[in-house]
Design a binder for this molecule. Structure first.
Ligand SMILES: [Zn+2]
Length: 580
């Protein structure tokens, strides 16, 4: 994303009050200096979110959600940071800045002409299906249970064998080369022809609602390819596109859940039975970009890919990407290798709703896969089965779930519960708490020193300078990033305070959260230089200690005697340093 100039953001932020803005979304109660609300970012029953008028910051002490006024609007409305800035500016009636920001949002205005071309083509196709030429196509759709309501909602259209898109776009002054580049037309021996002919047209929209491509399906006669898709272009990237994203935003918010399917026909089919919080990956593997978009819709994600082997593989791949951003999806597997579209046609609405009400946990899904591979009459198979799922069992942190799962496996395999337990190194001891507070893992003194240093860097210029001169790096990656950003901010602005610094971080939600968490630590405001020096010393010790551990590990792994000697020498030098 292109960054909006910091000064503009600051200017807007100074002109609005976070309390006014949030009160448009939530009911606020004043208690002392602060305001409180039911947190919209977790399943909250008591007001857990506090809004500080003084700092212009919101923080939820249960789920850890926090940020400035723009972060709130961005996260609440599931829009980009730039869009949130624009929205807040409009609320505040700030005209001049809005113009500049709109430019940033609409950015790359050089792509405007491409969006226009797709829009014109989309309107043309949509009109075709309503004419007499479209009768066969709309009959075909109706026969497949796609009613005029879906045709309208999903802007389904029809391409004819008339080469009219090419003519239409040229008559509106678009360049032939652009029309070909963007994939609406092809060119052969100086002859320009429409890419899509005699196909039912499904427009593909980007996350802000612009049409950026089409998928065209045959409906009469035979063709080698059932579907033809627009080629990738400067505006159409499959790895960034989720079909139906824009329409699904509000439904996902209502249902507090988003369902992910593979194909756009699955989305349309589920819409016919009233399920509208659905997006499709268009048959590509889920990317990091997809995952980020999904997280904006809801953290409660259900993967409902095709029921076949390929669908299972795609599900596993998607799980891996989602787990990297701390999302544990639930899974629906459909019987008889069916995709959701065919499933609803063949088995009906109730059967699908039943799946939706009882999605599988990730654990269940993974155990199921292993189970299918196992012959429970074969001892070797059983041994493999238990060893393969041991890793999954280790991840369970709910004692009840753990015990029930192990009992079930014991029954299946005929193994003692103790034998299975002996394979697991991390058996949960406590029942999971219903409210999961932000994890307060015990931190060692080195980690604490890094946090405290950041705490004072956020408040005192001389600590920033001390950091710059005396600290080489921090071992905690997030804190290291924050330190770099503080230096950047200070170099440009020559001052520091937490609120303005959070504006500087723009849409880097995770960093902002961490900054505000550290800012909320209970520490004395005034601090002696000696204390800071002590933190820095501890941090250096930590780094040295880690280096020593690493070297020791290397030594134990090293086979080559000469290399081992070199490592031992290094270890000796490090240890000497440690003693100083
Ligand atoms: Zn919360």
């Amino acid at each position: 994303m292109e960054k909006i100039p910091y000064d503009e953001i600051l200017d807007i932020q100074r002109k609005v009050d976070i309390v006014d803005v949030i009160s448009e979304y939530l009911h606020l109660e004043q208690k002392g200096k602060n305001y409180f609300a039911i947190c919209p970012f977790h399943d909250d029953h008591n007001p857990s979110m506090s809004i500080s008028k003084e700092k212009q910051i919101y923080t939820c002490f249960v789920c850890g959600a926090s940020g400035n006024v723009f972060n709130f609007v961005m996260n609440y409305e599931h829009i980009s940071f730039a869009e949130a800035v624009l929205k807040v500016a409009q609320k505040a009636g700030i005209g001049l800045s809005v113009k500049n920001i709109s430019k940033t949002i609409v950015k790359e205005s050089k792509y405007d002409k491409f969006y226009k071309m797709f829009e014109i083509a989309n309107k043309y196709y949509q009109n075709n299906i309503k004419t007499v030429y479209g009768k066969a196509a709309s009959d075909y759709l109706n026969k497949r249970g796609i009613t005029p309501a879906e045709i309208k909602e999903f802007e389904i259209g029809l391409s004819l064998n008339d080469n009219n898109v090419n003519k239409l776009l040229k008559s509106k002054g678009f360049d032939e080369s652009d029309i070909v580049d963007i994939g609406l037309c092809g060119k052969k021996d100086n002859f320009i022809y429409d890419t899509f002919r005699n196909r039912i047209m499904f427009p593909l929209h980007d996350s802000t609602g612009n049409v950026i491509g089409f998928s065209g399906r045959i409906y009469n006669g035979e063709d080698d390819s059932k579907y033809v898709n627009s080629k990738e272009s400067v505006i159409f990237k499959k790895g960034k596109l989720l079909y139906n994203y824009k329409r699904a935003i509000n439904y996902a918010k209502e249902e507090k859940q988003i369902i992910v399917v593979e194909g756009f026909m699955d989305v349309i089919r589920l819409s016919t039975i009233g399920i509208k919080n659905v997006v499709a990956t268009m048959g590509t593997a889920i990317t990091k970009d997809h995952a980020d978009l999904l997280r904006r819709l809801s953290k409660n994600i259900i993967l409902c890919f095709d029921g076949d082997k390929a669908g299972q593989k795609a599900t596993l791949a998607a799980i891996e990407v989602l787990e990297k951003i701390d999302i544990t999806p639930k899974i629906i597997r459909l019987e008889e290798d069916l995709d959701p579209d065919d499933y609803v046609i063949k088995k009906g609405k109730e059967a699908f709703l039943n799946h939706l009400k009882n999605p599988m946990s990730l654990l269940q899904f993974k155990i199921d896969i292993e189970k299918k591979k196992t012959d429970f009459n074969d001892y070797n198979d059983i041994s493999n089965y238990v060893n393969n799922i041991a890793g999954e069992l280790e991840k369970i942190n709910d004692k009840v779930v753990y015990e029930l799962t192990v009992k079930k496996i014991s029954k299946e395999t005929g193994l003692d519960v103790e034998t299975i337990n002996s394979l697991i190194s991390n058996i949960p001891k406590k029942e999971r708490k219903i409210i999961t507070k932000p994890k307060s893992i015990k931190k060692n003194k080195y980690e604490k020193a890094e946090e405290y240093l950041i705490y004072y860097m956020l408040k005192k210029e001389d600590v920033i300078l001390l950091y710059q001169n005396k600290v080489s790096y921090l071992t905690n990656k997030k804190l290291a990033m924050i330190a770099i950003k503080i230096l950047e901010f200070y170099e440009q602005k020559h001052y520091i305070n937490v609120t303005d610094f959070s504006l500087f971080l723009q849409d880097e939600d995770e960093l902002i959260k961490e900054v505000l968490r550290i800012d909320g630590l209970n520490m004395p405001d005034e601090v002696d230089d000696k204390v800071i020096e002590e933190y820095i010393k501890t941090i250096d010790e930590g780094i040295l200690k880690r280096e020593i551990e690493k070297t020791k590990n290397k030594i134990s792994m090293e086979q080559d005697t000469i290399k081992k000697v070199i490592l031992l020498e290094k270890l000796a030098t490090l240890k000497k340093k440690e003693c100083k």
